[in-house]
Structures are given as structure tokens and as C-alpha cells.
Design a protein around this ligand. Sequence first.
Ligand code: PRP
Length: 223
Amino acid sequence: MNTGFDPVAQDFLNVALPKGRLGERVYAMLAQAGYPCPELLDPKRKLIFENPEAKVRYFWVKPSDVPAYVERGAADVGVAGKDILLEYAPSVYELLDLNIGKCRMCVAALEGFRDDPDRRLRVATEFPRIARSYYSAQSRDIDVVRLHGSIEIAPILGLTDVIVDIVETGTTLRENGLRPYETIVEISARLIANKVSYKFKHEAIQALFEGLREQVAQKEAAQ
Ligand code: PRP
């Protein structure tokens, strides 16, 4: 199929956006920063868009896939949550905290849970690397059950003792009789860049970075 795009056109900046609400907020910041592409919000199923005047090309990708696109240079820059960056540890430059998509990575368990530090702790999570590194810093032996969604169910059904998951409002935990016990790390969305692109498309990346930094500063000033 001819998409009409030349993916190797060197003068375009390729930007990987995380599909979903966070990606739409990031796009709003990019549009304000001088990189609009209104077609992007069209609810059709197209995934690649470009604005030849702004010399920018956007791709919608699964949030956890953003690091792969950027690390391998299929995208020059992208936006990913700090959770995804800690979990996948891609070799990329982290340029800017966008100060949106704020939440925290927590250990949560059923209300009334009592930990027995002498027992191996069973942990359900979508973030095994984060969980392992958190508990290994405490020399705690854990058994990780890697799940892909609805993590909150694991302690309810006795699959694990605790979960390591993202908490934003806390509603999902509350609705399921769980509560956060420890915060592992605060999360927010980050602008990341491919290391080679950062050298060879430096001016274009720097301009986009400055535009976004300005947006972050304006939002902070308005708060
Ligand atoms: C995350 C997380 C929780 C929920 C927490 O899921 O896994 O289920 O958000 O949000 P709350 O504290 O505001 O209730 P997300 O919506 O990102 O989808 P996922 O389950 O597919 O990861």
C-alpha cells in the first residue's frame, strides 16, 4: 500500500506519540508549540500523519512501544511515561519532564494486609523490572507474577500478596478493597530522543524541545 510517506525523508522530525489520553495532551502541547497537525485527532484508524510546513511526522503507537521506536531510530523523538522508561530502560536521551500524566508507582495490597518479612513476597505486576529492583534494594526475596492488566484482582483471588502498579486517583484500588502501602516512584511523561538523531537532527530536536519547555513553563506559571 502506498501511504504517500517517505519514512527516511531526513528533513522531517519523526515523533512517536503514545496512543490515548496522554498522547492527545502531548499533541495539544506540540500544536501550541508550533507543530500542529489537526488530522491527527481524526477518529479514523490512520496511524501516521505529517505536516510538511512544520516538517514533522507523527505516529500513534502503543505507549509501551514508544521506547523501541525511539531507541532504534524509527522515531527521532517520542513521549513515554517514566514508568515505561524505568521498565524498558531504553538507551535514549531523556530530554524533558512534561509535567503531565502524573501518577505514582505503588505497592498496594488488600486493606488490613500484614507483611511477613520472613516470607517470600508474591508480587503481581506489569512492571517486573521496577518491582525486582525495588525489592532487591531491600534484599527482599520476591516471586513476580507478570500480568498484563486487571492487576488488582491478583490479591483478591490469592494469586499474590501485593501488586506493584500505577496509582493515579486511587479509585481503582478503593473500588477493589485495596490500598497503597508504599510509593516506589513518582511518574510523569518525558520527552525522549534517539541518540543518533540528537546529533544529526540537533537543530530540529532542540527547536521542538524549546517549544515544549515553553509550554511546560507556561502551564506551571498558570497553576
Ligand atoms: C492504570 C492502573 C490502574 C489505574 C489506576 O491502568 O493499572 O488500573 O490506572 O488509576 P486510578 O488510581 O485513577 O484508579 P490504566 O488505565 O493505565 O490501564 P491498564 O490497566 O491497561 O494499564
